[in-house]
Design a protein around this ligand. Structure first.
Ligand SMILES: [Zn+2]
Ligand SMILES: [Zn+2]
Length: 309
């Protein structure tokens, strides 16, 4: 067996190794994709709500007061040691994230489904200290209670806005990929899915998509995103669907992650298309594989018992 040559091989020069998020478009495209996916879908009501959430994230990002990156010395140090410059393990959450949360909670409240309305109401009166605890828990820890679980998707949505804004200010040309390709080179989070792109350089390169900051990084095709294995992979799909989402499972580490095929849809979005294909998660879970990276908007709903009415 080869000793992981492809996994650590630098990507070819023509393919950008890191694609930073475009703050003017990322959440807007996501909102449009959720709107489209909500039509004629058994989870349509929930997907439509997530479309409104994405639109509120877009507005909050446009209105967000500037959040500063670490200083130049810290960025250079991170680059030299191949450490994510805005690592979730060490980056101090700026107070602006709570303003982002309050803004979109207010935006969403009038049209929110009943269950979400109660959660949004409670978040608007949650103390600064408690919000800080929830924010830090999302980035570094495990939820402690059912109440935490219902609030975390909204906490995650606010932190996605802040970390996307931060990542978009970085200079991708000065950043290395992480030695472990399973983590985001900007923030150190796990990928939500990988995407086979059809809109960029020839050869349809694959990029992992960060579940938090929306950065994408190049991953060789036909390698396990979690462990780098090349031999023991299998693809799973739902018979007769549109072919946009497949799951790549790995017998070496017993994990799976979905692949989203951009060529199969006019617009696809990693987070929206992932949530619209939860049936595929159930299929692969049943086959005994554990998902290697989370979709932060699904925390608390449960991967295999989605009840969002
Ligand atoms: Zn990231
Ligand atoms: Zn693996």
């Amino acid at each position: 067996m080869p000793t992981q040559p492809t996994f650590f091989q630098p990507p070819s020069d023509e393919i950008p190794k890191i694609l930073l998020p475009d703050p003017a478009r990322i959440f807007l495209i996501r909102a449009e994709r959720f709107d489209l996916l909500a039509e004629n879908h058994s989870l349509g009501e929930w997907l439509a709500f997530l479309g409104r959430l994405s639109r509120a994230q877009h507005q909050a990002l446009q209105d967000m007061t500037e959040v500063a990156l670490p200083d130049q010395d810290a960025l250079e140090l991170a680059s030299a040691h191949a450490i994510p410059p805005i690592s979730v393990a060490s980056f101090k959450l700026p107070p602006a994230w709570r303003d982002v949360l309050r803004q979109f909670a207010n935006d969403l409240l009038p049209d929110a489904p009943v269950g979400a309305r109660d959660t949004l109401d409670s978040l608007l009166v949650t103390s600064t200290e408690e919000l800080q605890r929830l924010g830090e828990m999302l980035l570094t820890g495990e939820p402690k209670s059912l109440e935490d679980m219902t609030r975390l998707p909204f906490i995650a949505a606010a932190l996605q806005v802040v970390f996307t804004g931060l990542a978009s200010q970085l200079d991708a040309s000065k950043m290395p990929l992480m030695e472990a390709r399973s983590v985001c080179p900007c923030c150190g989070s796990l990928p939500v899915v990988s995407v086979i792109r059809a809109d960029g350089p020839a050869g349809n390169p694959r990029y992992a998509h960060c579940t938090l900051c929306n950065t994408e990084w190049n991953i060789p095709r036909a390698t396990c995103v979690a462990c780098g294995e090349e031999e023991k992979l299998a693809l799973h799909e739902i018979d007769g669907d549109d072919g946009i989402a497949r799951a790549e499972s790995c017998e070496a580490c017993h994990s799976y992650l979905k692949i989203i095929y951009q060529s199969k849809g006019a617009i696809v979005d990693p987070i929206a298309d992932d949530l619209a294909s939860v049936a595929l998660d159930m299929l692969v879970d049943d086959a005994g594989f554990e998902r290697s990276g989370p979709n932060l908007l699904l925390i608390g709903a449960g991967g295999d018992n989605v009840d969002l009415k």
